[in-house]
Design a protein. Structure first.
Length: 335
């Protein structure tokens, strides 16, 4: 079927350095609900940037403001170096495509006609557009259904058609809201492969609940919750940060309860829990080194047989929930 990266044209504008998206002090209130509370983040051009948060965190509100669909109450936004001014023409939309979580197409159109409509909206050259349409339909295994009405498509087929639609204009910036939520494993693999190959050709800003997918392709992640930014970091940096705060300790089975009790006495330890035949030990934030330096000698002095003592590999899902948990703890302690 070929690789789509062989024809995705970067264009001169994609070579511009700097931020594709700049957000500063963004706030939005709906009645008595604060959807956004002064969030800040930047998305570097050419990067793949994950935008994460639980339901109701403010992700969709942020995306709608960036697209000029709703007005912010306060804050500054610029996209591809152009400032957002709500109610005025947004020139950056010529270079941007957006895929909502549940894409909707005119039901009377066929799949091919829906993509042809996209080429008209973006004023693409007719012959070139037809070549792109045929290639995308084939790549996403929609060529046999190209002349069927979209209303007959399954949800997964409609999502594949939506992804084809956002790729079709070869934009500088793709904003994707849950782009793989309705896809089977093979469909997800294809989409993630495309997203990964767009690195340094375009900028991809996307939200997802499938954190393993974000971990596979993202350079950077921004995590928000209840309208506040909790974290903004490189994916590798985030994983390393939380891996440093977790250790797996293996001792003799008859000594596990005694070892757990001793570990809990260490003032740098936040949590100890059994994990199969080992103990998962989590330090308090910023105290992992102090914890690790004292734990092993203490256990050995007390006659505990330690067979393993190593940092625990953390995946993005674990790190994500740790970030949320730490924020919730801070909110409980906040006067």
């Amino acid at each position: 079927m070929g690789r789509l990266s062989t024809w995705y044209s970067a264009g001169e504008r994609n070579k511009i350095k700097g931020n594709a998206i700049f957000v500063s002090g963004l706030s939005k209130q709906f009645d008595h609900h604060s959807a956004l509370r002064g969030i800040d983040f930047q998305v570097r051009r050419g990067s793949i940037h994950g935008f994460l948060g639980p339901n109701g965190a403010g992700k969709t509100t942020t995306i709608k403001i960036i697209l000029g669909l709703i007005a912010a109450d306060a804050g500054e936004v610029s996209v591809l170096g152009m400032p957002l001014k709500f109610g005025q023409k947004l020139d950056y939309l010529r270079y941007t495509t957006y895929l909502p979580q549940d894409p909707v197409f005119p039901e009377g159109l066929t799949g091919k006609e829906a993509l042809t409509l996209v080429t008209s909206i973006y004023r693409l050259e007719k012959n070139l557009s037809q070549t792109r349409i045929d290639r995308l339909l084939k790549y996403f295994q929609l060529d046999d259904a190209a002349n069927r009405r979209v209303s007959t498509y399954s949800r997964g087929m409609q999502q594949r058609l939506g992804i084809a639609a956002v790729l079709l204009p070869e934009p500088e910036l793709l904003i994707l809201d849950e782009p793989v939520s309705a896809l089977d494993p093979e469909g997800r693999r294809r989409v993630l492969e495309i997203i990964s190959r767009l690195r340094n050709r375009a900028t991809v800003f996307f939200s997802s609940h499938i954190l393993a997918d974000v971990e596979k392709v993202c350079d950077h992640v921004t995590i928000i919750d209840r309208g506040r930014k909790l974290l903004d970091a490189g994916t590798g940096e985030l994983l390393n940060r939380y891996a440093m705060e977790q250790y797996l300790i293996a001792v003799r089975s008859d000594q596990q309860a005694e070892a757990a009790a001793m570990i809990r006495k260490n003032p740098a330890v936040r949590e100890v829990s059994p994990q199969q035949d080992k103990l998962l030990v989590i330090s308090k934030p910023g105290e992992s080194i102090a914890m690790a330096e004292k734990l092993l000698p203490t256990l050995i002095r007390q006659g505990i047989t330690v067979t393993e003592f190593a940092p625990n590999h953390t995946n993005l899902e674990e790190a994500f929930f740790r970030v949320l948990d730490e924020n919730h703890r801070r909110e409980v302690d906040r006067p």
